[in-house]
Design a protein around this ligand. Structure first.
Ligand code: KG4
Ligand code: ZN
Length: 342
């Protein structure tokens, strides 16, 4: 029987909602980004994020129901973790309470499972098994997806995520927030040969990343530079971007070689970076690997991926007790595998 699931995402600084129909697909989705609210602080302020989710979530749900001409749902899925605890508590409390009021099941979704499955909302969807490269502000992870619920993290950042490194570098160079697009824009004017930054952890075997050292390299180079003009800034931005992208591409190639997988999905906000896309597409062609780029709105935090993952979990008979549970930390290894119905 077909069902409609409401999805709610509030783990960080985006309030996302969506309605997913198990037969018709995505009925609609809406997003409110808090970027402008946090811009003056140069990063997400957790307390402000939680307060703004409270202000925006219910009006966003009301508008979504109105736009989709939907009055009832068969389940409410919400991000239960990992993420900022105050922000998570807004989505979990509202989601769990709506489900109780409507007398439908509530489904607590793992945020990363949402990201890993988001590409399945697109046509064509990647076939299992596939490989997801999540490159965002919160995560840099290489994940092998064998089936729904069967995830193996092959590599991840031991310190800053790639997006975080872009944001911190932007701050050091006096650019705006979020820093990724600003650094990328400036890098276009930079000379690739003026400065050279290391490609961290690429000489050692393994698939982990470390980006915190690059930020120190940027700071030292900027301090030592004889002239502090726009060209120096652009040259540093270029050297930084080249270092991050080279590092990501080297590890991605290594992971594809080690696993032999032929389907690669790029997720996360840094996936919007043109130079990264060019590198990974070229890599895909060279290695005979199909590269999938979900539309940008499904790469960053959104309600659609939560509605979709929730619909799969509900179909497998999973739902929450009445208690409201949010987890700031939550290992993907704790997720149960969804058995395929034969
Ligand atoms: O996926 P996302 O919303 O972050 C998390 O949910 O964790 O992605 C936002 C991140 C920010 O760090 C932003 O600076 C970065 O993606 N970003 C970029 C670009 N566009 C966004 N980084 C590099 N180049 C870009 N063009
Ligand atoms: Zn995310």
């Amino acid at each position: 029987m077909a069902s409609v699931i409401l999805g709610i995402e509030t783990s960080c600084d985006e309030t996302g909602v969506a309605l997913y129909h198990t037969k018709q697909g995505l009925l609609g989705h809406a997003l409110y980004s808090q970027v402008a609210l946090h811009a003056q602080y140069g990063g997400v302020v957790p307390e402000l994020a939680a307060r703004d989710h409270i202000r925006k979530l219910i009006p966003l749900i009301k508008t979504l129901f109105h736009d989709c001409q939907i009055n009832t749902v068969d389940g409410v899925a919400y991000t239960a973790g990992p993420g900022l605890i105050g922000a998570l508590l807004v989505g979990t409390s509202v989601g769990r309470s709506l489900a109780w009021g409507w007398q439908v099941p509530a489904i607590g979704v793992h945020h990363m499972e949402g990201h890993l499955l988001a590409a399945m909302l697109e046509t064509p969807a990647p076939p299992f098994p596939f490989f997801v490269f999540v490159v965002s502000c919160g995560h840099t992870q290489l994940v092998h997806v064998a089936a729904v619920g069967q995830y193996t993290v092959l590599g991840e950042s031991v310190d800053d995520a790639a997006g975080e490194a872009f944001d911190k570098t932007a701050k050091l160079l006096g650019l705006g927030y979020p820093g990724g697009p600003a650094v990328a824009r400036l890098a276009k004017q930079g000379n690739p040969d003026t400065f050279h930054f290391p490609r961290p952890m690429t000489r050692k075997p393994g698939l982990n990343f470390s980006f915190s050292g690059l930020k120190t390299a940027v700071l030292t180079t900027w301090k030592k530079a004889p002239v502090h003009d726009e060209q120096t800034r652009a040259d540093i931005a270029r050297a930084f971007e080249d270092a991050v992208i080279d590092t990501l591409a080297i590890k991605c190639r290594r992971a594809l070689q080690e696993t032999g997988l032929k389907n690669l999905v790029i997720a996360g906000g840094v996936g919007a970076n043109q130079s990264l896309r060019q590198h990974l597409s070229a890599l895909g062609q060279k290695m005979n690997v199909d590269v999938y780029y979900p539309r940008p709105i499904f790469c960053t935090d959104n309600g659609a991926m939560i509605a979709y993952a929730g619909a799969l979990r509900l179909a497998a008979g999973e739902y929450e007790p009445l208690a409201i549970e949010a987890r700031a930390r939550w290992s993907m290894n704790d997720l149960p595998l969804i058995q395929k119905k034969s």
